[in-house]
Write a protein that binds this ligand. Structure first.
Ligand code: NAD
Ligand code: MG
Length: 394
């Protein structure tokens, strides 16, 4: 890697994107912002472009791109639009590092493009691995890319795993992966209380500030379910070697248990700049601007088992992983529709798992063959999810 590295940030206006820019701004001698992308928030992306002066700015939306072009007149930033442009800035020959921080299935194509182009990929977009884990890991290998997990749990696991990627956990003496979960805002809520949860309550996460989709996923525990699938692909771990441990303080970000009885944990304040700085600097360590962990203030660390009866999304995700093939892609698409419907107050909180379960039941699971097939499965699952929403919605 050269001393000055060009970075593309996919999803620059999101919480991960902004945290990435914060870390990069602390190390101007090492990183240059090459491209910034966003869905449709013109003013926010324009402001970032004026501050970081990237070579390219990409908006998914054509109309938004025209507006951005207008706002950036006279600057050196070239404005592009559409999914192909996202792929282009992810795979551009002058790019060294790609932060994949688009939310949802929309992140898949640019992530795959970065993998085939052999980039250092900082993967925050877990949905890429949930939908297309097998094909994405193949693309990483074929393209000679370096994949560094940014999801805090997977980043923690990566930090305490044996240094070379294992073909099987046993090869590294690993007995289990202990994936920690905060338990979300409704850890102690009764089944009756869960039914009445509002979007405003669900958006109020106790430990992390995140985008709306992942915040709702954290409240239903679907986030943990997606992370189980993510861990499966990243670490070659079968479902029965991944244990979810509820740890409300979010200080231990996950653990690896070895056959000799050792359990290694990575700890820190819940601040995404830690995994982001790890991914940028790896194998070096960079100052991330993160407050030092004060163990006296933390005081105690608690652990409990997750309750899959109150949080059926976790059970559904384990089920989809065990079923394999296109099941996780169906689960993911149905969940995206359900979360949006819940946020728009079209369905209730506990309708989220009901909707997902009904879509999973309606669709045949096939072996994964291509990205085109997965996009088709995603589209069909969304159509079934919309149908359910219209029939069953309150
Ligand atoms: P966010 O909602 O804050 O930001 C999402 C970004 O993606 C925005 O820049 C938006 O413009 C862009 N985007 C949205 N839809 C798009 C589309 N269809 N096409 C192109 N761009 C689109 O989300 P976030 O919290 O930053 O999360 C981003 C990803 O990182 C998610 O996959 C999430 O699961 C993962 N992640 C986030 C955190 C966190 O702390 N926020 C932690 C772990 C993993
Ligand atoms: Mg996480």
């Amino acid at each position: 890697m050269p001393m000055l590295q060009n970075v593309t940030i996919l999803g620059a206006t999101g919480t991960i994107g902004l945290n990435t820019l914060d870390v990069i701004a602390r190390h101007p001698e090492r990183y240059r912002v090459f491209a910034l992308t966003a869905h449709s928030r013109v003013d926010e992306l324009a402001e970032l472009c004026l501050r970081y002066r990237p070579r390219y700015a990409v908006m998914l939306d054509e109309h938004a791109a025209q507006k951005l072009q207008h706002q950036l007149q006279g600057s050196d930033t070239q404005v592009l639009a559409g999914v192909e442009a996202l792929e282009e800035v992810a795979a551009h020959p002058e790019v060294h590092v790609v932060m994949a921080a688009i939310v949802g299935a929309a992140g898949l194509r640019p992530s795959i493009a970065a993998a085939y182009a052999g980039k250092r990929i900082l993967l925050a977009n877990k949905e890429t691995l949930v939908m297309a884990g097998k094909l994405f890991m193949q693309a990483v290998e074929e393209g000679g890319a370096t994949l560094l997990p940014i999801d805090s749990e997977h980043n923690a696991i990566f930090q305490v795993m044996p240094p070379t990627r294992l073909a099987a956990l046993e090869d590294g003496g690993v007995r289990r992966i202990l994936l920690t979960a905060s338990g979300g805002p409704f850890r102690k809520a009764s089944a009756a209380e869960l039914i009445a949860v509002t979007p405003a309550q669900a958006l109020n996460h106790p430990n992390w500030v995140m985008g709306p989709k992942i915040t709702i996923d954290s409240a239903t525990l679907m986030n943990k379910g997606l992370e189980v699938i993510e861990a499966h692909w990243l670490f070659n771990a079968p479902a029965d070697k991944i244990e979810v441990v509820v740890h409300p303080q979010s200080v231990i970000h996950s653990m690896v248990e070895y056959v000799d009885g050792s359990v290694l944990a990575q700890m820190g304040n819940p601040d995404m700049r830690t995994p982001i700085a790890f991914g940028l600097g790896y194998p070096e360590r960079l100052d991330a601007g993160v407050r030092a962990l004060d163990l006296f203030q933390v005081g105690r660390l608690d652990f409990e088992a997750p309750d899959m009866a109150r949080f059926p999304c976790l059970r559904l995700a384990f089920g989809a992983l065990r079923q394999g093939g296109t099941a996780p892609a169906i689960l993911n698409a149905a969940n995206e529709v359900a979360v949006e419907a819940f946020l728009n107050e079209k369905i209730g909180f506990q309708d989220i798992p009901r909707l997902i379960e009904s879509v999973l039941a309606r669709m045949d699971v096939e072996a994964v063959t291509s990205i085109a097939q997965l996009i088709e499965v995603d589209t069909m699952a969304r159509a079934y999810a919309m149908e359910w929403r219209q029939l069953e919605a309150c």
